[in-house]
Design a binder for this molecule. Structure first.
Ligand SMILES: Cc1cc2nc3c(=O)[nH]c(=O)nc-3n(C[C@H](O)[C@H](O)[C@H](O)COP(=O)(O)O)c2cc1C
Length: 220
C-alpha cells in the first residue's frame, strides 16, 4: 500500500504542509508507505493542449505526452494506491501550480464521451485538502470557492471514484499579524482558530490519511 501526497503550497512548513504531515502520519499508522512531493520544487507546465492524450491508437492515448519534471510524478501516481492533493485556496480556487498539475494529471484520464467517462478506469483512494482564510461555509459559497472545490472533486470522483475532502478554514497566514494590514477577521479570532480549530483539523487529516490506506484502493 503506497500513498503519495502532493503539496500545492509554496510553503513547506505552513498550514497545508502541516495537515499533509498529519495525513501521512495517519497513513503510516495504517501501515502504508508514504511519499511527499512539493509541487513548487518542480519545474513543470500545465497542459499544453497537444492533444496526444486524446489521439486514438496513439501510444500516448490516456497519458500525458508532455515531458518535464512532472512526468516521473505522474508515473508514480499511476502506481500508487492512494493519493492526497492538498492546496491553499488562491483566488477562490486551488493554487496555480495545483491547477497546472491537475490539468496534466486528470485531463488525459477523461474521455469526451457523453457523459464524460474515465479512460483508464483505475480506482484510487483520493483525498483533497484545502486551507484558506475564509472562515465559514457561507463565505465559502459566496466567494465561488465552494463551486471550484466541487469542480475539482467532480473530476477526481470521475477518474478514481469517490473522493474525500477536508477544508481547513481561517488558517494562520502570517507569522506576525502586527506587521501586515489584515482587517478581514480580527487577529484574536485568527489566534483562537490557530489554537482550537487547526489542531482539530490536524486530527481530521490524520484520520483521513489513515482511512485512505485502510483497504487496498487499487481495483483495476
Ligand atoms: C496569492 C494568495 C491568494 C489567496 N487567495 C485566497 C482566497 O481567495 N481565499 C482565501 O480564503 N484565502 C486566500 N489566501 C490565503 C491562503 O489560502 C491561506 O493563508 C492558506 O492557508 C495558506 O496555505 P499555506 O499556509 O499552506 O501556504 C490567499 C493567499 C495567497 C498567498
Amino acid at each position: 500500500m503506497k500513498l503519495i501526497a502532493i503539496n500545492g503550497s509554496p510553503r513547506k512548513n505552513k498550514n497545508t504542509a502541516t495537515l499533509i504531515k498529519h495525513a501521512l502520519d495517519g497513513a503510516s499508522a495504517a501501515g502504508a508507505e508514504t511519499e511527499l512531493i512539493h509541487l513548487y520544487d518542480l519545474n513543470f507546465k500545465g497542459c499544453v493542449s497537444c492533444s496526444a492524450c486524446k489521439t486514438l491508437d496513439s501510444k500516448s492515448y490516456g497519458k500525458c505526452a508532455y515531458k518535464d519534471e512532472l512526468t516521473p510524478v505522474l508515473d508514480k501516481i499511476k502506481e500508487a494506491d492512494s493519493l492526497i492533493i492538498a492546496s491553499p485556496i488562491y483566488f477562490s480556487s486551488a493554487s496555480g501550480e495545483t491547477i497546472s498539475f491537475l490539468e496534466r494529471l486528470i485531463y488525459p484520464e477523461v474521455a469526451y464521451t457523453k457523459p464524460f467517462s474515465a479512460v483508464n478506469g483505475f480506482k484510487k483512494k483520493c483525498g483533497l485538502i484545502f486551507t484558506m482564510n475564509l472562515s465559514s461555509h457561507e463565505v465559502l459559497k459566496a466567494s465561488g470557492a465552494e463551486m471550484n472545490i466541487a469542480s475539482i472533486k467532480g473530476r477526481t470522483d470521475l477518474v478514481w471514484g469517490d473522493t474525500e475532502y477536508l477544508l481547513s478554514m481561517n488558517t494562520y497566514q502570517f507569522d506576525d499579524y502586527s506587521k501586515v494590514l489584515y482587517e478581514y477577521t480580527s487577529v484574536e479570532e485568527k489566534e483562537e482558530s490557530r489554537l482550537k480549530q487547526f489542531p482539530e483539523d490536524c486530527k481530521k487529516a490524520f484520520e483521513l490519511g489513515k482511512r485512505l490506506c485502510q483497504t487496498n484502493g487499487k481495483n483495476k
